[in-house]
Design a protein around this ligand. Structure first.
Ligand SMILES: Cc1cc2nc3c(=O)[nH]c(=O)nc-3n(C[C@H](O)[C@H](O)[C@H](O)COP(=O)(O)OP(=O)(O)OC[C@H]3O[C@@H](n4cnc5c(N)ncnc54)[C@H](O)[C@@H]3O)c2cc1C
Length: 342
């Protein structure tokens, strides 16, 4: 357990693979920077790896005042135990007040290990972070400037705010794409602190024998236009309409969970609370009702067009333009019109 340290830094775990930082790390740097400024403290990143020191400059450009860098051959590829050892040791040395991870497969594996070793709380899959005060109803004591860890709960039907006033650091994993990626500032300066961490035999009990990586085939987060289909599309065959519209618009194909569950498209395409969070310039929702879990992943899109034959569908409450009609008639007309203008 580490003590409550109100002057402690705000930390981001810098997730990298093959010498590339994950997008969520950089998104979190922007949020951590804001929190650190409000708390009047430093923002720092923890960067374990092998030959990744250069990445420190990107972290600094994205807001870090300090980078705690650990260089070790055993850290070349991610393994839970040595990576957890690094974060646990550094947290014990420097006593941060906040420690954030991306809610990626790696972050979801690492953060609970660290939280358990530090006997700290951990809120998984946050969709927002803020600061606020909390009055303990038992002692009437006011705890100021706590991390408000905000996430959907009970199937997305309520938004829960979780705090942690006595078991620090305050730890959270944050979903990819929910924090806005801030522009880097190449002029920023910061400190790179080379740290050493010793591993025990048990930290190295798991050996990597072979590595196989399946690259992501769909990159919804990078798409400027997304055409998404839902259960209303009807079948895998009819989903070709969504591919066709996305094709003429130069966009990517998204889907609701119902469309994924129906086998219309693979899970990589799912947008929403348990899929990808997206903010494209244009999101076209076709035959999607607009359940809260879907909206959570797309309502920050700059422009939303919804096509649905039910005029009362909730998707229209977040759409900038709505077309009430049968998508099997509307989409072919749109495709023809776009082709004629091209
Ligand atoms: C914990 C949890 C996590 C979840 N995570 C996600 C998530 O990440 N993403 C997600 O999408 N969902 C998620 N869901 C599921 C979510 O609650 C909804 O069930 C889902 O989004 C519904 O998908 P849909 O809108 O495609 O289907 P439906 O709700 O069945 O809506 C279909 C819509 O199509 C319209 N329609 C039908 N035929 C036509 C036609 N021919 N022309 C025009 N319109 C037509 C209908 O009017 C209707 O509005 C989650 C649920 C839970 C409990």
């Amino acid at each position: 357990m580490i003590p409550v340290n109100r002057k402690g830094e705000v930390w981001v775990f810098a997730e990298q693979e093959d010498e590339r930082l994950s997008d969520v790390t950089l998104e979190l740097c922007g949020k951590a920077r804001e929190l650190a400024d409000r708390l009047g403290t430093r923002m720092a990143a923890v960067l374990p790896g092998w030959n990744v020191r250069e990445l420190s400059y990107r972290l600094i450009a994205h807001g870090a005042d300090r980078v705690y860098h650990v260089h070790h051959t055993e850290l070349e590829h991610y393994r839970t135990l040595p990576y957890a050892r690094v974060v646990i040791e550094l947290a014990a040395r420097h006593v941060p007040q906040i420690l954030l991870f991306g809610a990626t497969p790696l972050g979801r594996d690492l953060a609970p290990r660290v939280a358990s070793a530090l006997k700290a709380g951990l809120t998984a899959d946050c969709t927002d972070l803020d600061l606020g005060d909390y009055v303990d109803p038992r002692t009437k004591e006011t705890h100021k400037n706590l991390l408000l860890q905000i996430r959907p709960a009970f199937g997305g039907n309520i938004i829960a705010t979780i705090i942690n006033f006595d078991r620090w650091p305050q730890m959270a994993t944050v979903r990819e794409g929910v924090m806005r990626l801030q522009d880097p500032d190449a002029e920023r300066t910061g400190e790179i602190i080379d740290e050493e961490v010793a591993f025990s035999d048990s930290d190295l009990a798991v050996r990597i024998v072979e590595r196989h990586r399946e690259p992501r085939k769909v990159n919804l987060k990078a798409a400027r236009t997304i055409v998404a289909g839902g259960a209303g599309v009807g079948s895998k065959q009819s989903f070709q309409l969504i591919h066709d519209l996305a094709g003429v618009m130069g966009g990517a194909v998204g889907a609701s969970r119902a469309a994924v569950d129906g086998g219309f498209v693979p899970k990589d395409h799912q947008v929403g609370q348990t899929g990808t969070t997206v903010r494209p310039a244009l999101y076209v929702a076709c035959g999607i009702s607009g359940a809260v879990q879907h909206r959570a992943g797309m309502e920050e899109s700059a422009k939303i067009i919804a096509i649905n034959w039910d005029k009362d569908a909730p998707i229209f409450s977040v759409a900038h333009y709505g077309i009430v009609g049968d998508l099997r008639k509307v989409i072919p007309v749109m495709i023809r019109a776009i082709k004629e203008r091209a």
